[in-house]
Design a protein around this ligand. Structure first.
Ligand SMILES: *[C@@H]1O[C@H](CO)[C@@H](O)[C@H](O)[C@H]1NC(C)=O
Ligand SMILES: *[C@@H]1O[C@H](CO)[C@@H](O)[C@H](O)[C@H]1NC(C)=O
Ligand SMILES: *[C@@H]1O[C@H](CO)[C@@H](O)[C@H](O)[C@H]1NC(C)=O
Ligand SMILES: *[C@@H]1O[C@H](CO)[C@@H](O)[C@H](O)[C@H]1NC(C)=O
Length: 393
């Protein structure tokens, strides 16, 4: 019983305290008095500073300590603001919505590019013969693209300027999603860049994305300067530091999640104001690397895979990922990338902790990647030549 224990500490304390004072010191060996004093001091200490004995419980076995733990006040539940409560219920209901049973479910391939797409012909090779099962959207932020493939003609959406690392990047992603959501047949939404190429054939990609209920959003906790270091308390109360996540921009989401991103204004606005390059003079934050991982970690952590299906090679440890030239592109390289079945995340702190996880697709270990970046335009002919071979299985 917690209360009797606390009381017995108190009473023992009072009984022992006067004892040494009333006994003539000469009749007892001095060490007993010293010992008693030490006991007294420690009991007084325990009485005056009970919280310390509680925190000590975390280091002790729980059996001894559990009665004390009950004394800790319960963590107060945060009271949501009006906007937050509204955002949370909208998110909850969108997520639990049954997916619309389209007779003709399609994948929306959404290209975020400055201008023309160097790999249009390669994508055409990938897409041809499957016209009923995909749609294409192109957001060209700098110049009007010249299309080489008829599949891409007339697929440009109204676009706006995009600045690297700024919220305009997220705006372009949302613009692509909103355009693609207009077609009720689109069930999965893949964001791609001009330097992305497919790693598998269409049927493989289609069933990989359609026959699962999760979205592939990269998400991990990085305690280092490029992770939590970019958090600011201006994000409070809605976004706490413990919820801050990081991940690559290149997502692939199911329809409910695409709707959720389009519907969100509360969290988006926080990132728009408080996550940008060169904040407070020196601190950088890039909304495209934090907004979606943090949002989904908060509203639907079990609904995302925590990895992106677009491969990129950061292993050189530079500011930019490895970019492949024509000479790098071989059957072996493409095979290597498409057979990777573990994701790797490395923290940006001094410890550089490497976190490896198997890619589990519906609970089974599977290759992680369907697409890869970054390829130089000069790699096109080699990729075209090898495509049927490395996507044969
Ligand atoms: C996805 O969810 C639907 C409905 O909740 C369910 O019927 C279906 O079996 C699920 N599919 C997979 C691959 O888990
Ligand atoms: C993704 O990570 C979260 C923890 O952040 C976890 O709850 C969730 O189950 C993970 N998703 C999958 C599909 O394993
Ligand atoms: C492919 O992977 C093997 C084994 O990991 C490695 O030895 C080889 O260098 C890789 N080749 C290319 C072209 O990346
Ligand atoms: C493609 O694969 C076939 C059979 O494995 C092989 O004979 C052919 O040389 C390969 N082509 C290229 C371009 O690698």
């Amino acid at each position: 019983m917690k209360s009797s224990k606390a009381w017995s500490i108190g009473t023992t304390d009072i009984q022992i305290m006067p004892t040494p004072r009333h006994r003539p010191p000469s009749k007892r060996p001095i060490w007993i008095i010293v010992l008693l004093c030490l006991v007294c001091l420690s009991l007084i200490g325990a009485y005056i500073y009970p919280p310390q004995s509680f925190s000590a419980c975390y280091f002790l076995s729980s059996n001894v300590c559990s009665p004390f733990k009950d004394w800790l006040p319960p963590e107060p539940a945060r009271e949501y603001t009006d906007d937050e409560l509204a955002a949370r219920i909208v998110a909850r209901d969108i997520i639990s919505m049954p997916s619309v049973q389209s007779k003709n479910p399609k994948i929306a391939f959404m290209f975020l590019t400055p201008g023309s797409l160097p790999f249009e012909k390669l994508w055409e090779k990938f897409l041809l013969g499957h016209e009923e099962r995909f749609s294409i959207y192109v957001h060209a932020s700098k110049e009007k693209p010249v299309h080489e493939s008829s599949l891409f003609i007339g697929r440009d959406i109204r676009s706006d300027k995009v600045s690297w690392g700024k919220i305009s990047m997220v705006d372009a992603e949302r613009r692509l999603l909103a355009n693609a959501l207009e077609d009720a047949d689109n069930q999965h939404f893949v964001l791609l860049s001009d330097s992305c190429v497919p790693l598998h054939n269409f049927d493989y990609v289609y069933s990989y994305l359609m026959e699962t209920n999760i979205s592939f959003i990269d998400c991990f906790e990085d305690p280092g300067p490029h992770g939590s270091g970019r958090y600011t308390e201006h994000m409070l109360p809605e976004i706490e530091r413990k919820d801050w996540r990081k991940g690559a921009q290149w997502f692939s989401v199911k329809r409910q999640h695409a709707l959720l991103i389009t519907a969100d204004s509360l969290y988006y606005t926080k990132f728009k104001h408080y996550c940008k390059p060169g904040m407070e003079g020196h601190r950088n934050c890039y909304a495209d690397e934090h907004y979606l991982p943090t949002l989904f970690h908060m509203v639907d952590p079990g609904g995302i895979a925590n990895w992106s299906v677009t491969h990129v090679d950061w292993s050189e440890g530079k500011w930019h990922p490895k970019a492949y030239r024509a000479q790098d592109v071989t059957f072996e390289l493409m095979k290597n990338i498409s057979s990777i079945d573990e994701t790797i995340h490395v923290t940006s702190n001094a410890k550089k902790i490497v976190m490896k996880k198997p890619c589990l697709w519906n609970g089974m270990k599977r290759p992680c990647y369907l697409f890869a970046r970054k390829f130089y335009p000069e790699a096109r002919d080699k990729l075209m030549h090898l495509f049927s071979n490395f996507t044969a299985f």
